[in-house]
Design a protein around this ligand. Structure first.
Ligand code: HEM
Ligand code: CU
Length: 518
């Protein structure tokens, strides 16, 4: 139900923010929305209120989702899946979920302060009344930098699943990769000021952050070398998911290198707010996150839908995307060093920027075409894709032990895990259901599941799966009313929304004389 709640809030908050387009009031200060530009004095109108309230609203969903991931990962694993047998993808999810729980409050606090400033005459970010504009940047980036790792940690996880499968061997340095993921998440909280090197902060503070930013490269490097070592030691099968993963390694290394360059304060002060920054974050977000997402799509979609994707279309899509991507974003390093400010699309001739921008435009069309090829592939597969076997790639993790697509409850027999690579090491798992003699647990045809101990994955209790419930969606509707009420200064409406939310929560948690499932 928490999951359903997260889903509905995500939808409602998204619609809330996009409704700003319908009334021509879309947020208009860029994604970091710096004060004092965001103060009502300089940006009147509902635009920024849509941004701030919408993100507070969305934060509820993000937090609910993250808590749900943490609890599920720590408490509901299959019997025998001790914490050192968890797939690296799950570690990535755990790391990112913890980061969200700690990062989101900084953003929410900043947004609440901003709305108090804008609607009620507070002055958190107004220096003329004793406020501080830099405070916004601190709070935003205390959220913002961990957020970039929130994006990339699951992507690391995806790649760490795919590379071993297509190398036909376990990843080298499992423990090191796991430690690196967790360390990245932790260090990510100590580097936010590297987005503020040009704001005139004290030298000591900046030096500390600079050192911490250099330090982040240690866990990133550890993981990169673990992937490379696995590639060297394995027998590589070049299927589409693997191609996207290899492309990821190349692009992530390039983006990481420009990141390290920014960690040096004088270099950053020269290049901040130029296209060099745009090049950095696209290498690391498109190359480092979107490419792994495509890899994951090709890898897991057959499991989800039971239909294979076409390899020829997939490989073509990869190469067009890879070449197109580099054509768009590599020249941005050059225009950035030549001084072209970010967020400019028109400029005087003769600055030496023209040819590079022309190449970028061509590349952009190519990249879009490459992405389109994958979407076409997706539609083709849905209509007439080959049927997917249970384990099309020879993967080692539990999802490959059930049918493609799996039933709603995943396993009729909840399997017992005895290895880090259950499907490789427990031969009974590659032939249908695990029999009760080998440890399979028939649990009311999947309508029940185990609660297990955090470290050893020992089953502790049998839990009934939750029944359908109207409360998450009703609570979401009530909150939507409240947020629109605040947005429009209609405080009676907002109060009604609060009251309705309270009622919905009472309905949700009312004792029903059964085990309470949330
Ligand atoms: C090797 C580790 C990394 C380091 C040392 C690093 C460093 C930096 C620095 C110093 C900046 C600020 C540049 C400026 O505005 O002057 C920056 C910008 C940025 N980085 Fe990274 N970065 C790293 C990895 C990442 C990752 C993994 C992501 C995302 C997945 C990322 C996403 C971004 C984004 C989105 C921006 C631009 C923010 C804006 O709009 O101003 N970075 N990075
Ligand atoms: Cu950063």
């Amino acid at each position: 139900r928490l999951n359903a709640f997260g889903y509905w809030i995500f939808l409602a908050a998204g619609l809330f923010m996009y409704s700003s387009f319908l009334v021509g009031k879309a947020p208009n200060n860029g994604w970091f929305n710096n004060a004092p530009l965001a103060n009502s004095q300089f940006t009147p109108g509902l635009n920024i209120d849509f941004y701030a309230l919408g993100l507070i609203f969305l934060g509820i969903s993000t937090t609910a989702g993250a808590i749900n991931f943490i609890v599920t990962i720590l408490k509901m694993r299959a019997p025998g899946m001790s914490i050192n047998r968890m797939p690296i993808f799950v570690w990535g999810e755990l790391a990112f979920a913890f980061s969200i729980v700690f990062a989101q409050p900084a953003l929410t606090a900043a947004l609440v302060m901003l709305e108090l400033d804008r609607k009620f005459g507070f002055a958190f970010f107004d220096p003329s009344k004793g406020g501080d504009v830099i405070l916004w940047q601190h709070l935003f980036w205390i959220f913002g930098h961990p957020w970039v790792y929130i994006l990339i940690l699951p992507a690391f996880g995806i790649v760490s699943m795919i590379i071993p499968t297509f190398c036909g061997r376990p990843i080298i340095g499992y423990t090191w990769v796991v430690v690196a993921e967790m360390a990245t998440a932790v260090i990510g909280f100590g580097v936010w000021v590297h987005h503020m090197f040009a704001t005139g902060l004290p030298q000591v503070a900046m030096s500390f952050i600079s050192a911490a930013s250099f330090m982040v490269t240690l866990p990133s490097g550890t993981q990169t070398f673990a992937w490379l070592a696995t590639l060297v030691a394995g027998k590589i099968k070049l299927k589409t998911p693997m191609l996207f993963s290899l492309g990821f390694i190349v692009l992530f290394v390039v983006g990481g290198l420009s990141g390290v360059m920014f960690a040096s304060i004088p270099f950053d002060q020269q290049t901040t707010d130029t296209y060099f920054v745009v090049a950095h974050f696209h290498y690391i977000i498109v190359g480092g996150v979107i490419f792994p997402l495509f890899a994951g799509l090709y890898y897991w979609l057959p499991k989800m839908t039971g239909k294979m994707l076409d390899e020829r279309w997939g490989k073509t899509s990869f190469w067009v995307m890879f070449v197109g991507f580099n054509l768009v974003f590599f020249p941005m390093h050059i225009t950035g060093l030549l001084g072209q400010p970010r967020r400019t699309y028109t400029y005087l001739p003769g600055l030496g920027w023209d040819i590079w921008n022309a190449i970028e435009t061509v590349g952009a069309f190519m990249l879009a075409f490459g992405i389109l090829l994958t979407f076409v592939n997706w539609f083709r597969s849905a209509r007439r894709g080959e049927a997917a076997p249970d384990n099309p790639w020879g993967g080692d993790t539990l999802e490959w032990a059930t049918t493609s697509p799996p039933p709603h409850y995943n396993f009729e027999m909840v399997p017992t895990v005895r290895s880090l690579h259950p499907v490789w090491d427990q031969d009974e798992l590659s032939h249908g259901r695990q029999s009760p003699e080998r440890g399979g647990h028939p649990l009311a045809d999947g309508h029940e599941t185990f609660a297990s101990s955090m470290l050893d994955g020992r089953p502790q209790a049998v839990m009934e799966m939750p029944h359908e419930s109207p409360w998450p969606v009703l609570l979401t509707l009530a909150l939507t009313v409240m947020f629109y009420g605040v947005l429009l200064d209609a405080y009676a409406l907002a109060a009604a929304g609060v009251a309705a939310s309270g009622a919905a929560m009472m309905g949700w948690f009312w004792p029903k004389g059964e085990t309470q499932e949330t």
